[in-house]
Design a protein around this ligand. Sequence first.
Ligand code: FAD
Length: 418
Amino acid sequence: MNPRQSDVLILGGGAVGLACALYLLRAGRSVTVIERGHVGGATSHGNCGTITPSHALPLAAPGVLADGLRWMLKKDAPLRITPRPDFALLEWLLQFARRCNARECRRVTAIKAPLLLRARAELEDLVRREKLDCEFQTLGTLNVYRDARTFEKSHVSAQLAAEFGIPIETLDGAACRSREPALNGSIVGGHFHPGDAQLRPERYCAELARAIVALGGEIHESTTSSGFRTMGDRIESVVTDQGEFAGREIVFALGAWSPQVARQLDLRIPIQPGKGYSITYTRPARYPRIPLSLKERAVCVTAWDSGYRLGSTMEFSGYDDTLNRTRLDALKRGAAEYLIEPEGPCVVEEWYGWRPMTYDDLPILGRTASLKNLVLATGHGMLGITLSAITGRLIAELVGDTSPSLDVAPFGPARFGL
Ligand SMILES: Cc1cc2nc3c(=O)[nH]c(=O)nc-3n(C[C@H](O)[C@H](O)[C@H](O)COP(=O)(O)OP(=O)(O)OC[C@H]3O[C@@H](n4cnc5c(N)ncnc54)[C@H](O)[C@@H]3O)c2cc1C
């Protein structure tokens, strides 16, 4: 049987793959999305849904390595590294460790800040243009501290972000509490980011899928890509458990699964799963209006009309798919230190997700050198929701051979020899 054909075949139906599909459809292409489970059902599902230019600094920053080593034996630490006999993980950690210095942190911030500012504007445009009903709000985010020394030290990072155009207001404890009355009396200070926003990620993905289908795009759920047929420097078709699919262009939006699938094409994509957790509740009476980051515990708190979520923590432990009770409980304990009413009345879902982490904390966007019709849209790390719309725009421009809206060279696969 001949493979089913479209202009662009997208592998992976998370926020990134779906946003690419929508922009490509709007550019006049026929598009098919292949998704192993349900659209938006993996990492794009239970994340915190914040849209954060304020996250302009990379994870690989001075001091992170020392924290990681110090926390190695602590099972509920915000950042946990558990080295295993896994060569790809060890190599990734080594590359990451080499970047934990001030010079590299500054270099990456200079690249990330303009990307994130552009991404924030693009996402709001997309939501409004396509009328995506996803609880999008522009209330900013607030990072809060309970420890005066940690707050003091955070000014260096805040200044660096501000230097690259990220709007930041520094507040004392009283000002934090008056801006966000759900906080308790222990807060000593914080940074408010008026340019940040939020949405409900599950609804965002469902709405993207609705818009795609309305424009004639095809989405095949419960369809797993299992191999490729190549001819010279092109992918002829993708083999799945539901038959073969072909596309003039293949967009690889497989998030944390990218390295596993890419191995079938002899490509080594340096992505590690950065595992995080969340607990979703019905909304408590005294919920925070502004999304919060509880800094010493690295817990993120987001409330929507439809619910309330505690999330975050970062664990490098390979593709470990267990729901770790200690780490889920750490979210609750962390929230209890900062909030008057830390939990909602009913637990709706306990969840983990694998962030697709690159060691330089930049996404991988662009064509590979060895396969001319393969376009990578992966490695979005902690910011895949924030970066989804701008990724969709850039990938549609790349496929259409139009000049990109911003310089994509720093995100090119070539930096990893791909
Ligand atoms: C706790 C936590 C909190 C977070 N908070 C935020 C936040 O506040 N803001 C933000 O911007 N980002 C946040 N993130 C990061 C964000 O969730 C990710 O960057 C984003 O979801 C990645 O999207 P994606 O489409 O690349 O990957 P995914 O959503 O994982 O999509 C990849 C898809 O590929 C599919 N797939 C895999 N293998 C195959 C195959 N062989 N065939 C077919 N399909 C396949 C998977 O089923 C999956 O649906 C958070 C992450 C975590 C874990």
